[in-house]
Design a protein around this ligand. Structure first.
Ligand SMILES: Cc1ncc(COP(=O)(O)O)c(C=O)c1O
Length: 358
């Protein structure tokens, strides 16, 4: 079957569909907000993993991209000559990774983060003999309790350690706050900035991120840059938080009903290998578009169970579009996504940075 013949009615399921018009609208909406606030945008590509979507984000005005892992950055750069500026928001540890990091730094404008002296020492050892120093940002914990130095004092101390380390320059401050964390970001970052400036250093970048609170980014005016990721596709978790509506969800999983064993129960061919078992605090594994009465209450690897309070009114062979709980993890499950334009499949794109976990 040629691509021209591939339609939502014929494409093999389960299939991931990406509506490019919705994605473009989502990109432009946040870019317009950030432009109005004087904030630089550096989208996290973990959501789409597609060089062509990164190009859309750059064209809209993003200054570069964010990646979590080196292999993600390598795949994105290989996929687009337009990607020339990358921030890796991850502690890079180990000789093999550091070798890859050096190669990456010779190809693009690269910066990384660190939240400990051990990470800084490793980076310095690798970059001391490189032609250009590596910018390193201090990762700060502003309430998410994942990585990050715990206090402004410890952030300022690590900034000075970076500034003195051979092969490195202090690149600024980075945080990934919890939803609703703008006030905590403002307080932590402005205190840290004051300590660092008092010690004679400048703080070139203060970068924060996260889709749930992106429209409140301006409530932390100390930040210079924002890193939204999921905003490009949105998902059920963001609809449930009131951040967007179903019409803003660009990614859906197309599934086929394979069994209707009872009047109020149907089984689809999308299980945890397509929808993933990520609940993100929700009950159920996704939302069937146009069917608020249905819950996806149980998954096995290749089966999804749909239940409704009354008769489910589905037949074997029916096709359903499902908004998953968490879009980013779904794109990691498939080799390709089907691009929708004007409601039909216009292209099939390889998910270049899928499975890039190192
Ligand atoms: C370091 C970092 N920055 C930015 C993001 C983007 O967050 P969101 O997908 O909520 O926009 C993430 C997501 O995991 C992240 O880990």
């Amino acid at each position: 079957m040629t691509k021209a013949e591939l339609t939502i009615r014929t494409v093999n399921t389960p299939a991931v569909l990406v509506d490019l018009e919705i994605a473009r609208r989502n990109i432009e909406r946040f870019q317009a907000y950030a432009d109005a606030q004087g904030l630089a945008v550096r989208p996290h590509i973990k959501t789409h993993k597609l060089p062509a979507v990164a190009e859309m984000q750059l064209k809209a005005g993003a200054i570069g991209i964010t990646c979590q892992k080196i292999s993600e950055a390598e795949a994105m750069i290989a996929g687009s000559p337009k990607i020339t500026d990358v921030l890796l928001t991850y502690n890079i540890i180990g000789l093999e990774k550091l070798e890859h990091l050096k190669a990456l730094a010779r190809k693009v404008t690269l910066s990384v983060v660190a939240d400990s002296e051990a990470v800084v020492e490793g980076l310095s050892g690798a970059f001391a003999s490189e032609p250009a120093p590596l910018p390193v940002l201090v990762e700060c914990n502003t309430g998410a309790d994942r990585c990050g130095v715990p206090t402004p004092e410890s952030a300022a101390a690590l900034a000075q350690r970076i500034a003195k380390a051979p092969g490195l320059v202090f690149g600024g401050l980075m945080t990934y706050p919890p939803a609703g964390g703008a006030a905590a970001v403002q307080s932590f970052m402005s205190r840290t900035k004051a300590f660092i400036e008092a010690a004679g250093l400048t703080v070139p970048v203060i970068t924060s991120g996260g889709t749930p609170s992106m429209m409140q980014a301006a409530e932390a005016p100390v930040t210079t840059e924002y890193r939204p990721g999921t905003y490009v596709y949105n998902d059920r978790s963001l609809v449930s938080r009131g951040v967007c509506g179903w019409e803003d969800c660009a990614l859906t999983v197309l599934a086929t009903v394979v069994s209707v064993p009872a009047a109020n129960r149907a089984i689809i061919d999308a299980g945890s290998k397509a929808l993933t078992s990520d609940l993100l605090g929700l009950s159920g594994y996704g939302h069937v578009l146009g069917r608020d009465d249905i819950a996806i209450d149980q998954l096995s690897e290749e089966h999804g169970r749909l239940v409704s309070k009354g008769p489910i009114h589905l037949n074997v062979g029916d096709r359903l579009r499902i908004v998953p709980n968490h879009a980013c993890v779904v794109t990691n499950m498939v080799d390709t996504v089907n691009i929708l334009e004007r409601g039909e499949i216009s292209a099939v794109w390889p998910v270049s940075a899928r499975g890039c976990i190192v």
